[in-house]
Design a protein around this ligand. Structure first.
Ligand code: SF4
Ligand code: SF4
Length: 177
């Protein structure tokens, strides 16, 4: 992955080659750092969008009838009421795969998670054929992992942006349940 040098910082959006021949237009501050914070789990309180390839992968690991739901013609992981106070949204719901201890059962037991779960706290969208990436507005308000470590997001984009994103007709991550 190629990145700009420190002297290039602050110059507005920049194109970064994340995979060979696959560029992203980075809209966020290149100095932004991120490390997921244990016990936060905020982004797992919501129903996550499943791209078609995620659905195929999930079908090999879970019962889709029990763990997915349709919304506006698309598939999402189901939010479900949890019988606990921690790791739930204000309405007591969380992602069907979020365990009581705040860990993801899919990630832990299947070594896999939906594409959208890797992308957070970033958001992606297509603009004139280019994949753009920025911090989601909701992450500024709720994600505890921003700017708490030395891990610069711009130097680790492949960890947030699975390559499948470049193959999608509509990767827009603003669609939520
Ligand atoms: S909101 Fe941010 S810090 Fe919290 S679990 Fe999600 S990625 Fe991690
Ligand atoms: S699938 Fe796992 S990582 Fe994704 S939202 Fe649900 S609990 Fe969180």
């Amino acid at each position: 992955m190629s990145t700009d040098t420190p002297s290039d910082r602050g110059a507005g959006p920049r194109r970064i080659e994340v995979y060979e021949g696959r560029e992203a237009v980075v809209e966020f501050d290149p100095d932004l750092t991120f490390e997921c914070v244990d016990d936060c789990t905020w982004c797992c309180h919501h129903g996550v969008l499943l791209y078609d390839r995620d659905l195929i992968e999930l079908a090999a690991r879970a019962n889709l009838a029990e763990t997915t739901t349709d919304f506006r013609g698309e598939k999402f992981v189901t939010r479900e009421p949890k019988d606990r106070e921690a790791h739930v949204d204000e309405d007591g719901n969380a992602c069907a795969f979020l365990r009581e201890d705040g860990l993801c059962s899919l990630h832990l037991e299947e070594d896999w998670k939906p594409t959208r779960c890797s992308v957070f706290p970033l958001g992606v969208w297509l603009e004139e054929g280019d994949l753009h990436v920025d911090i989601r507005d909701s992450a500024h308000d709720h994600c505890d992992g921003l700017n708490v470590s030395d891990r610069r997001v711009i130097e680790n984009l492949e960890a947030f942006l699975p390559e499948v994103l470049w193959d999608l007709e509509n990767p827009d991550s603003e669609r939520v349940l």
